[in-house]
Design a protein around this ligand. Structure first.
Ligand SMILES: O=C[C@H](O)COP(=O)(O)O
Length: 250
């Protein structure tokens, strides 16, 4: 049975005291569900505090990025080893904002994925097309290529540490959500692509999250689709009430 996951990507939002208040509210309101995982990905500066705060709960704290090297002269960067040293075992890689603003391409992401897996971290691997790709009807090709170039070098056994997050860029922070049918269509395509490159068992077991303007009002419908195993939530994860409502919708 695939795991259901609701992950909140806080991006560059919250200071430490706001993060504490938000996490405390989530801890109070979260009614644990069987086979469901809740993840929050705050900024680097909050990781250790929030890890300590949540360590006796079922809320997992993740990082939003990491460097591919284990250490060295990379000013401003954070390695997998550093994350692990403060209790963090999950990292988001390949988010469209990293791809667009920090020029992270498939090759670099492939290296980051390998580095994270080598350190036995879990990876939430993000990908998705731009509006232009969808208009040109090249969105399936683009997604296939992002998967092949960034992820499909991993070994079969590594798939147990992979969660996928399909995030059409045109739906991120825009209020425009992919319809549940569009999400389902792409998620089914992703599973087929994995089955062809690896095998059906791996495709059937990997959790595929949808991300892009998920809100309490639309979460239930999106999550009801058979190949959608949860969501990667941006804006709505910054309000405890909204994030809890989205978790309740899974
Ligand atoms: O990582 C989360 C996604 O970028 C979605 O963000 P959003 O829910 O604000 O559209």
């Amino acid at each position: 049975m695939r795991k259901k996951i609701v992950a909140g990507n806080w991006k560059m939002n919250t200071n430490l005291s706001e993060a504490d208040v938000l996490t405390t509210a989530l801890m109070k309101g979260y009614d644990r569900k069987e086979n469901t995982e809740v993840v929050i990905a705050p900024p680097f500066t909050h990781l250790y505090h929030l890890y300590e705060l949540t360590r006796t709960t079922n809320i997992e704290v993740a990082a939003q990025n990491m460097h591919q090297a284990s250490k060295g002269a990379y000013t401003g960067e954070i390695s997998a080893d550093m994350l692990k040293s403060v209790g963090i075992k999950t990292v988001i890689l390949g988010h469209s904002e990293r791809r667009a603003y920090f020029h992270e391409g498939d090759q670099l992401l492939a290296e980051k994925v390998s580095a994270a897996l080598k350190e036995e971290m879990k990876v939430i691997f993000c990908f998705g097309e731009e509006l232009e790709d969808r208009q040109k009807k090249t969105h399936f090709n683009l997604v296939e290529s992002q998967l092949k170039e960034g992820l499909f070098h991993i070994a079969i056994d590594d798939w147990q540490n992979i969660v996928l997050a399909y995030e059409p860029v045109w739906a991120i922070g825009t209020g425009e959500t992919a319809s549940p049918e569009q999400a389902q269509e792409m998620h089914a395509f992703i599973r087929k692509t994995i089955a062809e490159a690896y095998d059906q068992t791996i495709a059937d077991h990997v959790s595929i999250l949808y991300g892009g303007s998920v809100k309490p009002a639309n979460a239930k419908e999106i999550f009801s689709k058979p190949d959608v195993d949860g969501g990667l939530i941006g804006g709505a994860s910054l309000k405890a009430e909204d994030f809890l409502a989205i978790i309740a919708a899974i």
